[in-house]
Design a binder for this molecule. Structure first.
Ligand SMILES: NC(=O)c1ccc[n+]([C@@H]2O[C@H](COP(=O)([O-])OP(=O)(O)OC[C@H]3O[C@@H](n4cnc5c(N)ncnc54)[C@H](OP(=O)(O)O)[C@@H]3O)[C@@H](O)[C@H]2O)c1
Length: 216
């Protein structure tokens, strides 16, 4: 079984590639530059292309059985509050191209990394949190993840949108777990735990066609 990973060079995407390989998937890492490709583990199949370009995506996706999307708007620094340098509609335009390719290649399963605050989950953030986020650069990611989730929901495919609130780079041998009422929104999910959750979700039919809010 082959997993197509968009955003394979990202902080979470790198974990997803490694953990997918460990879990027995063949990995197809899709990256945007030759420089990023040169840093990939040679055990992965890879291709270089623009995730918003339907032709690049369709060519690279041939032979895949499932898709993981780990793309995110890049910023001037690693802080999610820093000014974006990627197009503000990067994730939704990529999802559009990816879904189109999946439909034409008859690939059904996609796990998408979104964010808590996208779509209807925005109203679950306390008013002071919403006020704060609306004033920061984070709002661009929320808007774009909301658009991506709407595209997934209308695709008819077997999608899952994973929604962590905040990420960090600590190491973790656990997966993230689904948020329950009363859980704190302020606890950070390690990117490695998020990546484990992506791999688990691929084979977990209970996550199909719904968003899954995550806590560590
Ligand atoms: N940071 C948080 O606290 C937080 C909280 C909740 C949800 N999230 C979401 O989690 C997801 C993953 O975050 P992350 O920190 O792992 O991401 P990341 O390390 O910033 O990786 C982003 C990926 O997107 C690619 N990318 C960016 N701009 C691109 C462009 N214009 N064209 C093609 N590819 C492009 C990057 O490629 P290069 O490697 O070539 O730059 C990289 O592979 C994001 O969607 C983010 O919104 C983050």
């Amino acid at each position: 079984m082959k997993l197509f990973i968009a955003g394979a060079s990202g902080a979470t995407g790198e974990h997803v590639c490694r953990l997918a390989k460990e879990a027995g998937w063949d990995v197809h890492a899709f990256v945007r530059s030759k420089a990023a490709a040169s840093r990939l583990d040679p055990a992965y199949e890879h291709s270089v292309g623009d995730p918003t370009d339907p032709q690049d995506v369709a060519q690279a996706m041939v032979g895949a059985d499932a898709v993981a999307v780990c793309l995110g708007i890049s910023r001037q620094t690693r802080s999610p509050f820093a000014k974006p340098v990627s197009p503000l509609d990067l994730t939704s335009r990529s999802v559009e191209a990816i879904l189109q390719s999946m439909q034409s290649l008859q690939i059904r399963r996609i796990v998408y990394i979104s964010a808590f605050g996208a779509s209807e989950s925005w109203s679950s953030i306390p008013w002071w949190g919403r006020a704060f986020l609306s004033l920061t650069q984070v709002r661009h990611s929320m808007i774009d993840h909301t658009r991506s989730e709407a595209l997934l929901a209308s695709s008819g495919l077997d999608w899952t949108a994973l929604r962590p609130m905040m990420l960090d780079d600590s190491s973790s041998s656990d997966s993230a777990r689904e948020m329950k009422s009363g859980d704190s929104l302020l606890k950070k999910v390690p990117r490695e735990a998020l990546a484990r959750t992506v791999i688990r979700a691929l084979n977990d039919r209970s996550t199909i066609r719904r968003p899954v809010a995550l806590v560590p």
